[in-house]
Write a protein that binds this ligand. Structure first.
Ligand code: ADP
Ligand code: MG
Length: 255
């Protein structure tokens, strides 16, 4: 159904051993919306993002992808997704962009972008190459297709990583601090790409320390504090009129 959210999470709990890092978190990512996750280091942002595409197990709670509930086996600390095919389907539909780009250094930029669609999705290499070049052009580095990752600036490498995520033609993009590893002058070229993707109506979950980016491109912002949602709402209200002492403190510390 058109109005079924791409991702829905209800009452998610996640522990590493005895350390509970998500303590009952809800998140809904409707199609075409950008959800930003903000909060101090260690508040659980990356963990929540990794739970969305099942890179992490969780101990309790529900995760739905396009209305389809993830099936679990086991319980408590031993709970895992039950169905490998379902995990693969969900993971390939939620492409992740990491802080550290994670490009393969022994492959050209074009090969990096083509790798997963060809090997994981088994798409026709000729068609994938056409798409890969299209997405490289979209992020402004068409001329770097034959270059090696080490020959690119950090900002160009991150744009290549975004092209790689796009080439999977996922239902949503998950960004984990995509600009944190970049020098300030290179940050903006990546910010521009992310804003353009938001403008064209892509569904995205964005973990960021860049409050301006979160304010500019989000439909909804979630402020995590020690594994709980302390406050959430539209960016205007969250940034313009924070209700909790903790969010006020966080915003004045990051300003
Ligand atoms: P954030 O992204 O908001 O900085 P994280 O989700 O990375 O926070 O981490 C939340 C908490 O979980 C932190 O206390 C962190 O030390 C802990 N943590 C994260 N990953 C692991 C792991 N693989 N093993 C044990 N503890 C972890
Ligand atoms: Mg993190």
């Amino acid at each position: 159904m058109a109005d079924t959210p791409v991702i829905e999470i209800h009452d998610l709990h996640k522990s590493y051993g005895n350390l509970e890092v998500l303590k009952g978190v809800d998140l809904t990512a409707p199609r075409g919306h950008v959800i930003s996750l903000i909060g101090s280091s260690g508040s659980g942002k990356s963990t929540l993002l990794r739970c969305c595409n099942l890179l992490e197990d969780s101990q309790q709670g529900e995760i739905r992808f396009e209305g389809e509930a993830v099936h679990w086996k086991g319980h408590g600390l031993h709970r895992h997704p039950a169905d490998r095919a379902q995990v693969t389907r969900i993971r390939t539909n939620l492409s992740m962009v990491f802080q550290q780009f994670n490009l393969w250094s022994h492959m050209t930029i074009l090969q990096n972008v083509m790798e997963a669609p060809v090997t994981v999705l088994k798409r026709d290499p000729k068609e994938v190459e056409e798409k890969a070049r299209y997405y490289l052009a979209k992020v402004g580095i068409a001329d770097k297709a034959e270059a090696w990752p080490a020959q690119l600036s950090g900002g160009q490498q991150q744009r290549a990583a975004i092209a790689r995520a796009l080439c999977m033609e996922p239902r949503a993009l998950l960004f984990d601090e995509p600009t944190s590893a970049l020098d300030p002058e290179l940050e903006q070229e990546v910010v521009k790409v992310i804003k353009a993707l938001a403008d064209e109506g892509r569904t995205m979950i964005l973990v960021t320390h860049d409050m301006r980016l979160a304010a500019d491109c989000s439909d909804h912002v979630i402020f995590l504090h020690m594994g709980r949602i302390e406050e959430q709402g539209p960016p205007d209200r969250l940034f313009g009129n924070p209700q909790t002492e903790r969010l006020r403190g966080f915003l004045s510390a990051t300003a």
